[in-house]
Design a protein around this ligand. Structure first.
Ligand code: PEP
Ligand code: MG
Length: 588
């Protein structure tokens, strides 16, 4: 059995949707049907009684929401639970409440009818918004409306479902998502809603797999059907075949192994024993499920290598294709950030030129190719800007070696911004533009360059190869490719300390950061963000949590004084021993 494509080839027992929250589960379906609101528009004869009913319904709704808010805070943390606070604020909105009461008095119609009419007005404004984010929020408002009306009609709330079932519904509100989570459901399949819908965000926060946008799953699936939900790829299998079960049981076993370590550290900060907090992000290539593992302990994506798209597609993606991919990923990671890196073609990566270069690593690679091919670059910039409307994208430029390159990039970004503004296309006006520091000239000039950009990220994979003149992919010279060469240590220290003088955040996204031995040095030098492949995150976190910044700073000073690699490695190993830091490798 090769993969999912083989599982679905001759089958019709599945539905496909958007992979909204990662994870794989097998369990019975529970078809959730919302109460259909039947709203009477009848006249009232006692206005005071109607107003009192309305006040009571608001009070009860607040009570329910407060409970959900508390539970959400416990499970998902303050920030993500904010959506329920926002819903509570709507119930406290004096203008809305007054206008509903005024209408009840004026029209003398049942409060449920007035509530429906007034809140629908709000919703309609949101539904026609050009911003996906606002359209998604209209679903949340629907939840408030239904809650008040149900309480006006004094109906009970359906919130308990069979444990370990997979909820299938046409739409599921954030509050439903939370309430079902209380019953320990193991998946959500939702016909409507996108990746930024709160149901999707909540499912991600609660670590419950979700597939959304399935269109007709709720028509195809019955309560009691056995389902496999694949929240990594967006598939739901209904009453699976032996082959499908075997394939997924195997996947579940593998995932369990990976999760053992992740689970323990997922919600713990990457903080030294004396309180220095490092933000941990994930490096992501296009394919596979690793990108979603990000939600298991990283604060977003610190490096997304877009040249991989060319590799995967076998051709160059146009603006539209790129826009779809970038916005898809940004939605999937929302509200965390994704750092999209401009195409780093050339070198030993995807070749975009017809001619052969004698020294491709020193040739038309990364930004050099992009500035020679401005149409290609502009299409990418436009796609990134268009995908940035939820304000969780930053854009990073590889292979910068001169200030002129930075300036031209900024000019091109401005040109694209203006074009989009003229076309009335939305984008994040404050999108952050950063550079990779991976060429020695940029390392030397890091302090100056940092002043011109919003952030810098150190690419040690290339920095080491260019600094030591050792081809990173040539095993004949691999012994000379030394992460702990004193020149590398001194360069890193120079980049970090100089760039930090201008107050710009400094991250590292090269493989060196995934080596636990390098972590105390990087932290001691003052790195703000470490971005590594998701599988390395647990050991990086565990390492950071085992030493103090003060001790790491002393280690840095000792290493900076050393003139050879062996001694630096010894100093670090001694540090690990003295601080009882485990050096177990990751399980994947
Ligand atoms: C690097 O050079 O360290 C880096 C992260 O980029 P890449 O490996 O894609 O060149
Ligand atoms: Mg690089």
């Amino acid at each position: 059995m090769k993969g999912i494509k083989d599982l679905i080839k001759h089958s019709s027992n599945y539905v496909e949707g958007l992979a909204a929250a990662p994870g794989i589960e097998i369990g019975p379906a529970f078809l959730y049907q919302k109460d259909i609101l039947s709203i009477e528009s009848g006249l009232i004869d006692n206005t005071d009684e109607a107003l009192q009913n309305f006040d009571e319904a608001i009070l009860r709704s607040k009570k329910e929401l407060n409970k959900i808010f508390q539970f959400a805070k416990e499970k998902m943390g303050e920030t993500r639970a904010d959506i329920f606070e926002a819903q509570l604020m709507i119930l406290d909105d004096p203008i809305l409440m007054k206008s509903i009461k005024d209408q009840i008095i004026k029209e003398k119609k049942l409060p449920e009818y007035i509530v429906h009419k007034e809140i629908t007005k709000y919703q309609e404004l949101m539904v026609i918004s050009s911003e996906l984010y606002m359209r998604e929020r209209a679903i949340d408002i629907e939840d408030i409306k239904a809650r008040i009306i149900r309480n006006l009609q004094k109906k009970r709330l359906q919130s308990k479902v069979q444990h370990n079932s997979i909820i299938v519904g046409e739409s599921i509100s954030p509050a439903d998502t939370i309430l079902f989570a209380k019953s320990e459901v193991c998946g959500y399949v939702v016909d409507h809603g996108g990746l930024t819908s709160h149901a999707a965000i909540i499912a991600r926060s609660l670590d419950i797999p979700a597939v959304v946008g399935t269109h007709f799953a709720s028509h195809k699936i019955k309560t009691g059907d056995i389902l496999i939900i694949d929240g990594f790829h967006g598939y739901v299998f209904i009453n699976p075949t032996e082959d499908q079960l075997k394939y997924y049981k195997n996947k579940i076993d593998n995932l369990k192994k990976i999760n053992i370590e992740l689970v323990g550290l997922k919600d713990k900060p990457a903080e030294t024993t004396d309180g220095r907090n490092i933000s941990i992000m994930a490096n992501v290539d296009v394919s596979g499920e690793i990108d979603t593992v990000v939600t298991k302990g990283a604060h977003g994506i610190g490096l997304y290598r877009t040249e991989q798209i060319i590799e995967e597609l076998g051709s160059f993606p146009d603006e539209e294709e790129q826009y779809n991919i970038y916005s898809g990923l940004a939605n999937r990671i929302y509200p965390d950030f994704i750092t999209i890196r401009a195409f780093d073609t050339g070198g030993d990566k995807v070749k975009m030129m017809d001619f052969k270069e004698a020294n491709p690593f020193l040739g038309l690679r990364g930004i050099r190719f992009l500035l020679e091919n401005e149409n290609v670059f502009k299409a990418q910039i436009r796609a990134v800007l268009r995908a940035s409307i939820n304000k969780n994208i930053q854009f990073m430029i590889p292979m910068i070696s001169t200030l002129q390159e930075i300036k031209r990039v900024k000019e091109l970004v401005n040109i694209c911004r203006n074009e989009l503004s003229i076309q009335k296309i939305n984008y994040d006006k404050h999108i952050k533009i950063g550079i990779m520091v991976e060429v020695p000239s940029a390392a030397v000039m890091a302090g100056e360059y940092a002043r011109h950009v919003d952030f810098i990220s150190i690419g040690t994979n290339d920095l080491i190869q260019y600094l030591l003149a050792v081809d990173r992919g040539n095993d004949v010279v691999s012994a000379l490719y030394q992460e702990f060469h004193p020149s590398v240590i001194r360069s890193l220290n120079h980049i970090i300390s100089e760039a930090k003088k201008s107050g710009k955040p400094v991250s590292i996204c090269g493989e060196m950061a995934a080596d636990t031995l390098a972590v105390p040095l990087l932290v001691g030098m003052g790195i703000d963000i470490i971005s590594v492949s998701p599988s390395a995150i647990p050991s990086i976190k565990r390492t950071i949590r085992s030493f103090s910044l003060k001790n790491a700073e002393s280690l840095v000073n000792e290493c900076l004084a050393s003139d050879n690699e062996e001694e630096i490695q010894e100093l670090i190993k001694k540090f690990f021993k003295e601080n009882s830091i485990q050096r177990t490798r990751n399980i994947i």
